[in-house]
Ligand binder design. Structure first.
Ligand code: AMP
Ligand code: MN
Ligand code: MN
Ligand code: MN
Length: 286
């Protein structure tokens, strides 16, 4: 593999096992075609695709790290914590993710009721048609239903008009604790990473508290280069990584050829002067 920062690593994407539209096998082929050298599949709250992804990586000559993206509630907001390089057979990790997935079906029923209140009928059944994993019905599946039925032109319009705080179809949900999520990952010998920090609507004080508590619980890295960040945010979070002594990660957050604006591997390299997260878990690369 290429050394240090000059590595086409894509350590954040989704398959049909959560809210992506491609199988782990199709993602591995696409990653290879796009020049990715080190890959991780990071389905939301789920590691059921890890064995398939690792095997597909091997078949395509990609280096692989295990991955997941855990939904956490912090300061009243949803924060995502990526885990990389953990033991995918760790029982506490399995139980923690299983508990985090619980409640999604009930929430989806309530989302459908809320949408019915503004005249959109059959959203639960409609969203289910897009679901690949019955334990993982997500807002993305509702967004696809609203596009299919012509209510919105694309999924970003859905999230502007529906499914977000204050809009029809939004149902607040209590996810995992920050501390638990970080500990499931680290106790399974992985590294915890704050996903796309630029996406959260935190005040500077709240953001400082997130990084401080994350680090205190054993978190070791932050996504600097992600499909969710602007160029200015690459610079900002490179500084934050240095300030907090965190390693840096890189990932597209690819979900679908039809929806994602950043394709697998199609990102700038990590800025210099940072420790790439894969250096911390070099011994866990498959
Ligand atoms: P959930 O875990 O059910 O709350 O769904 C969260 C998922 O919705 C995220 O992982 C994204 O895939 C998707 N999502 C959230 N906000 C947006 C947005 N503004 N545009 C497109 N997709 C979004
Ligand atoms: Mn998603
Ligand atoms: Mn996320
Ligand atoms: Mn993601």
């Amino acid at each position: 593999m290429a050394p240090q920062n000059i590595l086409n690593a894509d350590l954040h994407c989704h398959s049909v096992v959560s809210d992506g539209t491609l199988t782990p096998e199709a993602l591995a082929e696409r990653a290879k075609a796009n020049g990715v050298e080190l890959w991780a599949l990071t389905d939301h709250d789920e590691i059921g695709g890890q064995q398939r992804a690792a095997e597909a990586a091997r078949a395509n000559g990609l280096h692989y790290l295990t991955g997941t993206e855990i939904s956490v509630t912090f300061a009243g907001e949803t924060v995502h914590i990526v885990g990389l390089g953990f033991d995918a057979n760790d029982p506490a990790m399995h139980q923690g993710l299983h508990n985090t997935r619980g409640g999604r079906e009930q929430r989806a029923q309530e989302m459908a009721q809320s949408l019915a209140g503004v005249g959109i009928q059959g959203a639960f059944e409609g969203a289910l048609k897009f679901v690949g994993n019955p334990e993982l019905i997500s807002r993305t599946h509702f967004a696809r239903f609203l596009v299919e039925t012509g209510v919105c032109r694309d999924t970003s319009e859905v999230f502007r008009k529906y499914l977000t705080e204050g809009k029809p179809g939004y149902v607040p949900h209590r996810w995992a604790n920050l501390r638990d999520a970080v500990q499931w990952i680290t106790q399974a010998k992985g590294v915890a990473v704050i996903a796309h920090p630029g996406r959260y609507k935190f005040t500077p004080n709240e953001e400082f508290a997130l990084f401080t508590e994350f680090k205190a619980h054993g978190g070791q890295a932050v996504e600097v280069v992600t499909g969710s960040h602007t160029v200015q945010e690459y610079v900002k979070y490179a500084e934050t990584a240095k300030e907090f002594g965190l390693a840096a990660s890189r990932g597209s957050d690819f979900h679908s050829p039809d929806e994602s604006h950043t394709d697998l591997g199609n990102l700038p390299f990590l800025p210099g002067g940072l420790t790439p997260v894969w250096e911390l878990i070099a011994d866990r690369i498959q």
